[in-house]
Design a protein around this ligand. Structure first.
Ligand SMILES: Nc1nc2c(c(=O)[nH]1)N[C@H]1C(S)=C(S)[C@@H](COP(=O)(O)OP(=O)(O)OC[C@H]3O[C@@H](n4cnc5c(=O)[nH]c(N)nc54)[C@H](O)[C@@H]3O)O[C@H]1N2
Ligand SMILES: Nc1nc2c(c(=O)[nH]1)N[C@H]1C(S)=C(S)[C@@H](COP(=O)(O)OP(=O)(O)OC[C@H]3O[C@@H](n4cnc5c(=O)[nH]c(N)nc54)[C@H](O)[C@@H]3O)O[C@H]1N2
Ligand code: SF4
Ligand SMILES: [Mo]
Length: 681
């Protein structure tokens, strides 16, 4: 087959590389060897030709005049952002000589890789890089910034990261969008819900702390106090048991511990729950009866509600609800947090953890980068950042920046742009865009695995992640075959995985023909749960062993200073985390950074809509335009979007976010910080 790259003109299949559940099928239009348009692939069974505005403007990002074209070396003070071009040979030599000296003086654990899923391609995000850093024996990173707390919580109840097939939700009669801003962050789930509403009168209920675009589309929007969702779910369980709305046969056949749960939820009477959550007593009854009557009913569990101190327990608790009504038995009934177990591939073959000799190698939680750089003994002396932009996206940004400013820290950043993080680098390496690489993609929402074949030539002198780690391995003198595998070989290793029968027919060769293939999930999901008991664990002995209560429980948020407002700095519609926050087109779509404030609070503080306010706590401060209204409850402040500070504009919200860890998996607690607000005089 002729490669897409060598064909100057035409339309080529592709897949969206961004960290977004939808993982849309794309068609890339080329003229004279350049991309001129990116659109949705109408043949894709789930995403059906619809894509978001962000990616419709992807060409502007790929060919942005600020894209990096050559390696760069720092030529003045750290953080000043002044660099000079160097060759790849010089860049690799600089890195390797520095690392060799560090390894001689301080051992390989003085080096720390820091990465995330800026490109979701499995080779790019967790392929050759993992092999390389295992072989190097560097410190290891716990990649906990996104969904781990909820993932662990969900698994305590359900055994793995799997729920119903989202395509089946077209049959659902009730959609509860719980802590998810689906219009912005999972648009095709919203499309399915709206179609179900039109075709058979399905209802859409949104439970959120902010009435954003998703809330506005709901049939019923339920505002809730941040971090109290497990109390609401427990109150629903209280009513389900007390009004005999539970499915006893299902509980007997498929669950463990329902008798203990029935006793336990007696304490969560609607009045108590209302005082915790702010949801009126009659609404708790109404929601519960609606949930019990609608069949099939579907709960889409978002990521927002688990970015809290108690986020793991919140998701663990909500995940119990469908078992009480037996919703799982109906086609289109149940819940979905993530589908990532469905397309699980051979991670050990791809990442080769066996190459790491010292199994006691120290590990750092990525949510605490500032602490790691400032307080660790013996220190981390070198950081290699790729596929992430911690100067903006990590909590406690002021600490992160202080850490990055350390003169004795040697920082390498591999990215497409001179990001806020790259400004602190000693060496910057230019990265290819996903359209320039071979890779495979596994959605964490739908059940399709995609092959991405390169569509365009590499931009300037940029190199892919896998190429960079092959070069580093060679220059440092590692001659392991594992560090020489081609991208195609890496994909073949990853897909060779008999342990996951759903992948049976998904091979590299089949993907070259078909571009995307659906997991073959033919077994009975409920009969193959990966919990210790093989059943849905309403009562979990495993949790007791891990130091948690056995039954779902509401635990309040951690005290966070004495500031009056809870601050929820969420993502926005036109950026993807910090991606696009540096592209003019996307900035103009989003206009400006804002905080949403309840009009009662605004009145007390003398703040008018559109005025600039100062928000601060002991960690940092921002000055942002206030949007006053009824989109948030009193006592809550919400911002959207990960904007960088700009001259005269302090809008880096993560300067305010805590780097405490959530109750499970070392997850992030972006949304459990408190702030004060006042009018900027
Ligand atoms: N347009 C766009 N799409 C994206 C992203 C993006 O930045 N922009 N990011 C991508 C990534 S990496 C991820 S992880 C996902 C995240 O997407 P989502 O799963 O939607 O998560 P968030 O947008 O963080 O939060 C969802 C909602 O939770 C609400 N929330 C916060 N705290 C609470 C609470 O205590 N209770 C309840 N009920 N609600 C609460 C917030 O107000 C928000 O509306 O989206 C992905 N898609
Ligand atoms: N306040 C607050 N903070 C948050 C969140 C929130 O809701 N609120 N959300 C959190 C969540 S859920 C997540 S997932 C994180 C995400 O945070 P990040 O993982 O940092 O995601 P991005 O900001 O999109 O940055 C990805 C970077 O990778 C680069 N990149 C893209 N492709 C490639 C490639 O092929 N190779 C290399 N080397 N680089 C590439 C991009 O140019 C970009 O600079 O942010 C977290 N931070
Ligand atoms: S960001 Fe999400 S919705 Fe937009 S094209 Fe990519 S996968 Fe689709
Ligand atoms: Mo995320």
């Amino acid at each position: 087959m002729q490669s897409y790259v060598t064909q100057k003109d035409g339309v080529f299949p592709s897949v969206c590389s961004l960290d977004c559940p939808d993982q849309c099928g794309l068609l890339v239009h080329k003229k004279d060897g350049k991309i001129i348009k990116v659109e949705g692939d109408p043949a894709h069974p789930v995403t059906k030709g619809a894509i978001c505005n962000k990616v419709r403007h992807m060409t502007e990002r790929i060919y942005d005049s600020n894209r990096l074209t050559t390696p760069l070396k720092r030529v003045s003070a750290k953080g000043s952002g002044r660099f000079a071009p160097i060759s790849w040979e010089e860049a690799i030599e600089l890195i390797v000589s520095k690392w060799k000296a560090l390894i001689d003086g301080h051992g390989p654990e003085s080096i720390l890789p820091y990465s995330f899923y800026g490109n979701m391609g499995n080779l790019t995000a967790e392929g050759m890089d993992r092999r390389f850093f295992h072989r190097l024996g560097s410190s290891q990173l716990e990649r906990t910034i996104c969904s781990v707390a909820g993932g662990v919580g969900y698994s305590y109840t359900m055994g793995s990261a799997a729920g119903i097939d989202p395509e089946e939700t077209i049959h659902s009669k009730l959609f509860i969008m719980w802590g998810i801003n689906a219009v912005s962050t999972n648009m095709h789930q919203m499309t399915i819900a709206q179609k179900a509403r039109k075709e058979h009168g399905a209802k859409i209920v949104v439970i959120d702390v902010h009435k954003n675009q998703t809330g506005r589309m709901a049939d019923w929007f339920i505002p809730i106090h941040p971090g109290t969702d497990s109390a609401l779910a427990l109150g629903m369980m209280h009513i389900l048991f007390s009004e005999q709305l539970v499915n006893h046969n299902f509980l007997k056949d498929y669950t463990v511990g329902y008798q203990q749960l029935e006793e336990h939820v007696k304490q969560y009477d609607p009045k108590t729950v209302s005082s915790i959550t702010g949801v009126p007593v009659e609404d708790i009854y109404k929601l519960t009866r609606m949930y019990a009557e609608a069949s099939p009913s579907f709960i889409r569990i978002g990521n927002g509600l688990q970015h809290h101190d108690n986020g793991g327990m919140i998701v663990r608790t909500i995940a119990c609800l469908p078992a009480l009504t037996g919703a799982w038995l109906e086609r289109g009934g149940g819940a979905l947090k993530s589908s990532s177990s469905i397309l699980a591939y051979n991670v050990n073959a791809l990442q080769r953890p066996d190459l790491l000799e010292n199994k006691q190698t120290r590990r750092f939680n990525m949510n605490q980068l500032g602490q790691t750089l400032l307080e660790t003994e013996p220190p981390v002396y070198s950081l290699f950042v790729y596929g992430t932009n911690p100067a903006i996206v990590a909590p406690e940004s002021n600490k992160v920046r202080q850490g990055l400013e350390r003169e004795d820290l040697f920082t390498v950043v591999h990215d497409l742009f001179l990001t806020e993080t790259a400004k602190y680098a000693d060496v910057i390496l230019p990265a290819t865009s996903a359209f320039e690489n071979l890779d495979f993609y596994t959605s964490y929402w739908h059940h399709y695995l995609h092959l991405q074949q390169p569509v365009i030539e590499r931009y300037g002198e940029s190199k892919s992640n896998t190429e960079v780690f092959r070069l580093l391995a060679e220059a440092i003198g590692f001659d392991d075959e594992a560090l020489k595998d081609s991208d195609e070989e890496l994909i073949r290793h990853a897909l060779d995985y008999p342990e996951n029968p759903y992948l049976e027919k998904i091979t590299y060769d089949a993907l070259v023909d078909e571009k995307y293939i659906k997991a073959n999930r033919s077994d009975d999901f409920l009969k193959n749960l990966q919990t210790p008991s093989g059943k849905i664990e309403l009562y979990s002995e495993q949790m007791v062993r891990h130091g948690y209560p056995a039954l779902p429980t509401h635990t309040p948020l951690v005290e966070d200073g004495h500031f009056p407002f809870l601050f929820i700095p969420g993502p926005n519609h036109n950026f993807l985390n910090s991606t696009f926050s540096n592209n003019e087109k996307h900035q103009s779509l989003e206009k400006s950074a804002k905080i949403h404030l309840n009009h009662e609070d605004a009145k007390q503080l003398g703040i008018e809509d559109g005025e600039v306010v100062r928000i601060w706590n002991e960690r940092g401060e921002c000055e942002i335009i206030a949007s006053v209204g009824e989109n948030v409850l009193p006592g809550v402040v919400v911002s959207q979007g990960l904007w960088a500070d700009m001259p005269g504009k302090k809008q880096l919200v993560n300067a305010l976010a805590p780097d405490r860890l959530a109750d499970m998996g070392g997850g992030a607690t972006f949304f459990s910080g408190r702030v004060n607000v006042k009018k900027l005089s």
